[in-house]
Design a protein around this ligand. Structure first.
Ligand code: UD1
Length: 447
């Protein structure tokens, strides 16, 4: 979906740093090794639930190291419509925002904004807990599977909410407030774990969330909620226990670095045979991706304040990858890794187990000369020495990153459309890449 002008102006109001004039097309002339410093931003997937957490208290919540991406801008617009006041500042370590949610009104959520971002479903738990009601259009986001919200709805119902789906709108009430419950998630959903955690900290009594997701971004949310006065145990394990019902205070919290941006840029350094210094990169957050990158010939080593990433001396090698919940190989690194393995010596089998449709990038990579075939949930990749430029379209956030990596390697010109997807997930990626030697330009009207 392209950004309309009316939509753009709402971002400018709520997120004044958002640049809406950056162009709808990205042209990359590949073949330049990436060399230099590429600072890793705060994690998108931590920033979004942390911003929603500010709804839980009338006191000020300050978040530092926020990434300046489109999802953050959209969520800022949504929060503003819910009555939050926000004060932004740009610091050396990224954006900072102070959110004042003294007066929250649980109405007026814009269908167009919600349809842009699946994480908007997190507003459900927070608004129910704070206001006792929430009306939310069904959330959108990437076209990478059914991505139901049944785990969210079932959990919130167990906590006393009445929830109906009516003409594409979720109507939720908790007339007598939410109460604690024992909830077992059918699978460790990141969003459901966060939604239920956000609701449980204000719900009266004890909540347990079994089969909880263990992604580091949930740990970051837990740390901020704890700083606000919530009582949570088991963060980082499969069972979270929350003693809810306390009024929460404000807090100042620094968003943890983005492990997906980090992994993606490590792949980009290796794919272009360059060497990137990635300040704030954290190998310890990569989980299973760390040894697999090593096996594939992506050499990463810690230095003071970050990581150096480059191609290993003996080149890129095919490996087998299976995605899974953290600490297994992140599904969000699957597409960028596929772009890398398309250039490796030998064959790779990449199996996607988290989402049922997350191979949208395969057809686009093929247009660039990649040798990839899909059988069910597995993509078989046979490496080629080099890709070639083509006109391609980003189909989701991580597919966009994969196509950028492919374009940086390819001979000739690669022209990427569908850049909303790139902008949703990454803070000024084209600008940051240009600063490390990439030959690329954004053009073609407002982005
Ligand atoms: C989050 C991340 C996304 C990442 C994903 C998996 C954010 C903003 N997004 O998405 O980048 O790719 O985790 O690491 O943090 N499911 C259901 N019913 C539900 C909830 C989930 O069937 O109620 C299914 C989904 O369809 C999917 C799987 O569970 O197949 C995992 O989804 P989930 O972990 O919830 O992903 P998100 O929170 O949407």
């Amino acid at each position: 979906m392209l950004m309309g002008e009316a939509m753009t102006s709402t971002f400018v109001m709520a997120a004044p740093w958002w640049r809406s004039d950056i162009g709808r097309l990205l042209t990359i002339r590949g073949g330049k090794p990436l060399v230099g410093r590429y600072p890793i931003s705060g994690a998108k997937n931590a920033a979004l639930p942390l911003m929603v957490a500010a709804l839980l208290t009338p006191h000020l919540v300050t978040l530092r190291n926020l990434p300046g991406n489109l999802d953050v801008a959209v969520l800022a617009s949504l929060l503003q419509r819910l009555g939050c006041e926000m004060h932004w500042s740009a610091t050396e370590s990224g954006l900072a925002v102070t959110i004042a949610a003294a007066r929250v009104r649980p109405a007026g959520i814009d269908r167009d904004l919600v349809s842009r971002m699946r994480a908007s479903v997190l507003l459900l738990g927070a608004l129910l807990a704070r206001c006792g009601e929430a009306n939310l259009p069904l959330p959108g986001g990437d076209a990478i599977g059914l991505r139901g919200i049944d785990f969210h709805v079932t959990g919130l119902r167990a906590m006393g909410a009445t929830i109906t789906l009516d003409g594409g709108t979720i109507r939720a009430t908790a007339a007598h407030g939410l109460h604690g419950a024992d909830i077992l998630l059918p699978q460790p959903s990141v969003g459901a774990t966060e939604n239920l955690l956000l609701a449980a900290v204000l719900a009266t009594g004890k909540t347990t969330i079994g089969n909880a997701a263990r992604e580091p971004e949930i740990g970051d949310l837990g740390a901020c909620l704890t700083a606000m006065g919530a009582r949570i145990t088991g963060i980082g394990s499969h069972t979270l226990t929350i003693d809810g019902g306390l009024a929460l205070a404000g807090a100042v919290h620094t968003v943890l670095p983005d492990r997906i941006e980090f992994g993606t840029l490590a792949c980009a350094a290796a794919a272009t045979d360059g060497e990137l210094v990635l300040p704030n990169g954290r190998i310890d957050l990569l989980g299973a991706a760390a040894p697999l990158f090593d096996a594939a010939g992506v050499a990463i080593r810690e230095v003071d304040g970050g990581v150096i990433a480059r191609r290993a001396g003996d080149g890129l090698r095919g490996i087998d990858v299976t995605t899974g919940p953290y600490p297994e190989f992140a599904t969000d690194l699957q597409a960028p890794t596929m772009a890398l393995l398309a250039l490796a010596v030998g064959a790779s089998a990449i199996t996607e187990t988290v989402f049922e449709q997350r191979f949208g990038h395969v057809d686009e990579l093929r247009k660039m000369g990649a040798n990839i075939s899909v059988r069910g949930r597995t993509a078989l990749v046979r490496g080629v020495p080099r890709l070639h430029g083509a006109s391609v379209t980003c189909t989701d956030v991580r597919a966009a990153a994969a196509l950028v990596i492919a374009g940086l390697n390819a001979s000739g010109e690669t022209i990427l459309g569908g850049l909303d997807h790139l902008d949703r997930g990454y803070d000024r990626m084209a600008e940051k890449l240009a600063a490390v030697g990439a030959d690329l330009v954004r053009s073609g009207g407002n982005g």
